[in-house]
Design a protein around this ligand. Structure first.
Ligand code: SAH
Ligand code: MG
Length: 217
C-alpha cells in the first residue's frame, strides 16, 4: 500500500485503466518480477494526458530504469517524438535499450548511461517536458541543473514526491530514509515557491508534482 490515498480509492481508479498489451505488458511484468520501480498506471495515464495537452515532443527523462516510462512518454508524444533519458545503472540502461528496440522506438528514444548530475552539464537542448524520476535525494540539484533546459511554458513532472506518504507524515518515516524525506520536503517547498514555476502536488501513485514554467517577465 502506498500510504498516500485509501487503498480502495487507488484500486478503484486503477480498475478503470486499460491494461497494457503485448511487448509493453511483458516489460511491465519483468519490472515487477525483478523489483524494478516503474510508474504506476494512474501516473502513466496522467503523463499521457499532459503530453497531449501540452503537445510535448521533446522530452527529457531522469531515471530510465528499463525503459518502461520512456516508451510510454514516447508513444504519447506520437510522431516526431524525441526522448532523451538518463540512467545511472549500466545493466538497466542496457536492458532499456533492448526494450526500446523491441518496441521499434530506437530512433525516437536516446538512452544516456551516466549520472544525471554529470550528464546534465553536457546537455544544451531545450525540452518541452522534463520527467524527473530518479535519484530522489538529489531532485533539487537536478532541477537546478536542468531548469534552463526546459522551455518557457514547458512542464516539469516530478515522481515519487510523497515517497510512501513519509514526506507528508513524520510518523511514517523510517530511520534510514530520513535524509531523503527531508530533502524531498525541501524540494517540494522549492518548486512550490520557485519564481519561474507554478506547481501542483497530486496524491496519486507515489505522489506526483506537476510544475509549469512561466513565461519570463
Ligand atoms: N522512470 C522509470 C523508473 C525509474 S526508477 C519507469 O517508470 O519506468 C529510478 C531510476 O533512477 C533507477 O533505475 C536508478 O538507477 C536511476 N538513478 C538513480 N540515481 C540516478 C542518477 N544520479 N542519474 C541517473 N539515474 C539515476
Ligand atoms: Mg517513480
Amino acid at each position: 500500500m502506498s500510504n498516500i490515498i485509501d487503498k480502495y480509492v487507488e484500486g478503484y481508479i486503477r480498475s478503470l485503466l486499460p491494461k497494457n498489451q503485448g511487448i509493453l505488458k511483458d516489460i511491465e511484468d519483468r519490472a515487477i518480477k525483478n523489483n524494478i520501480p516503474i510508474i504506476h498506471g494512474e501516473v502513466a495515464n496522467l503523463l499521457k494526458i499532459i503530453i497531449n495537452i501540452s503537445k510535448s515532443k521533446k522530452i527529457l527523462e531522469i531515471g530510465t530504469a528499463i525503459g518502461y516510462s520512456a516508451i510510454i512518454l514516447c508513444q504519447a508524444a506520437g510522431d516526431y517524438a524525441h526522448i532523451s533519458t538518463i540512467e545511472l545503472n549500466e545493466e538497466r540502461a542496457q536492458e532499456a535499450k533492448y526494450n526500446i528496440k523491441r518496441m521499434g522506438l530506437e530512433n525516437n528514444i536516446q538512452v544516456i548511461q551516466g549520472d544525471a548530475m554529470e550528464v546534465l552539464n553536457f546537455l544544451d537542448e531545450k525540452y518541452d517536458l522534463i520527467f524527473l524520476d530518479g535519484a530522489k535525494g538529489h531532485y533539487q540539484e537536478i532541477l537546478e541543473k536542468s531548469i534552463d533546459l526546459l522551455k518557457n511554458q514547458g512542464v516539469l513532472i516530478s515522481d515519487n514526491v510523497l515517497f510512501k506518504g513519509m514526506v507528508a507524515n513524520d510518523n511514517l518515516v523510517v530511520r534510514r530514509k530520513r535524509t531523503i524525506v527531508n530533502r524531498m520536503r525541501n524540494y517540494l517547498e522549492y518548486i512550490c515557491n520557485h519564481p519561474k514555476l507554478q506547481t501542483s502536488v497530486i496524491p496519486i501513485g507515489d505522489g506526483v508534482a506537476i510544475s509549469y514554467k512561466k513565461m519570463e517577465e
